[in-house]
Ligand binder design. Structure first.
Ligand code: ZN
Ligand code: ZN
Ligand code: ZN
Length: 372
């Protein structure tokens, strides 16, 4: 179990967020639960219809943020009087008015992207003078710059996922004749045995199903002489792992081998492009150019990667439209893929963390297309 975050760490995080809000000309912030709320308070809210919110204000005098919780959850909230005040609402009061009274009088208020429409619309109705803007547009990801400690935690989580990838590649996990769903259940067990605290997701996609990037493992039995794509991750110490490896249940045909060589080169080029100061778009394009030049451009149907941390998908996103620079402390996946409908798909995914001299991989299992 991870140790509770200290008051000092929370105060430091809030000061960093305040700075970013000031840079974005915002007067306050409203976070309605989720990983950002936990990041700023250390409190894990129940993701239910009863809202738990974090409200922070920027004003001349130093006002502590407020953690607004449903009355029945209040006993679970750790009191941290130097970090935040606590306000409660109960089933006979309107939580939106409690939130509205903690917000600044006027100006721009940054709201978390996943705040329920119910609450946003209620707030717009009660406080029409506020200029509400989504967090991703105003400040990007609040948690996208990882401390050294957080980067090490991601590397530790990654090495646990690598253990399971190695077991698959070493034929420790029988495939042929078993259904995708059976194999996925076993992968989930192995993720826990390897040391993860939770399983976040497991994709097992066999044969033509591998051409669907987010295939849901189903009743199809894995056959000989076909592609099997594995994409899985769990969490450890509050940080997520996420890796993709493909194996072939027999000798790899030449055309598949050639395509896989292109994929490997594309992934390596993107890892090399992930240097501080270069645009994230360049990381995406480094992979995309190589896949395009080999004639597979139309079959690389998703972005090259996504940020990762307390959540499997978070800021920053590695797309050809993201001109934001790569920064020291960023953590994201690099996962180009090639998907030929009705035939096969392949993807190669590692998590990287950005250090001063470039990308450090958190996944280091065999990157070749192993025959099993
Ligand atoms: Zn994905
Ligand atoms: Zn993945
Ligand atoms: Zn991923």
């Amino acid at each position: 179990m991870r140790p509770p975050v200290t008051d000092e760490a929370l105060t430091r995080r809030w000061h960093q967020v305040r700075q970013r809000l000031a840079d974005a000309d915002a007067a306050g912030i409203l976070i309605g639960g989720g990983a950002d709320l936990e990041y700023l308070t250390g409190y894990e809210a129940m993701p239910l219809e009863r809202i738990t919110a974090f409200v922070g204000r920027l004003s001349a005098s130093e006002v502590l943020p407020t953690l607004i919780v449903p009355e029945l959850e209040a006993a679970r909230v750790r009191r941290r009087p130097s970090v935040y005040g606590v306000a409660t609402w109960d089933d006979t009061t309107d939580p939106v008015s409690t939130i509205a009274s903690a917000l600044p009088q006027r100006g721009r208020v940054v709201v978390s992207d996943d705040l329920w429409a119910l609450h946003v619309l209620g707030l717009m109705h009660q406080r029409p003078e506020l200029d509400l803007v989504p967090a991703s547009k105003a400040v990007g990801g609040l948690r996208s710059i990882k401390s050294q400690e957080e980067r090490d935690a991601l590397a530790a989580a990654g090495s646990l996922a690598d253990k399971v990838a190695a077991q698959i590649q070493h034929r420790d996990l029988p495939l042929v004749g078993r259904t995708e769903a059976e194999v996925a259940a076993e992968v989930a067990d192995r993720l826990i045995e390897a040391g993860h605290e939770t399983v976040e997701f497991v994709i097992v996609a066999s044969g033509p199903n591998s051409a669907s990037p987010h295939h849901h493992p189903g009743p199809r039995a894995i056959e000989r002489d076909e592609m099997v794509m594995f994409d899985f991750g769990g969490s450890f110490g509050g940080f997520c792992s996420d890796t993709t490896r493909c194996v072939y249940t027999g000798p790899v045909p030449q055309d598949v081998r050639d395509a896989y060589t292109v994929l490997t080169e594309a992934q390596e080029a993107a890892v090399q492009a992930a240097k501080p100061g270069r645009p994230l778009a360049e990381v995406d394009l480094a992979a995309r150019r190589i896949i395009g030049a080999a004639g597979f451009g139309d079959y690389f149907i998703h972005r090259t990667g996504h940020g990762i941390g307390a959540e499997v998908h978070e800021h920053p996103y590695v797309t050809e439209l993201n001109s934001e620079p790569v920064q020291i402390g960023h953590a994201f996946s690099i996962e180009p893929g090639i998907y030929l409908p009705d035939r096969w798909g392949m993807r190669l995914e590692d998590i990287v963390v950005i250090e001063a001299d470039g990308a450090r991989r958190c996944n280091n299992s065999n990157r070749s297309l192993v025959e099993v």
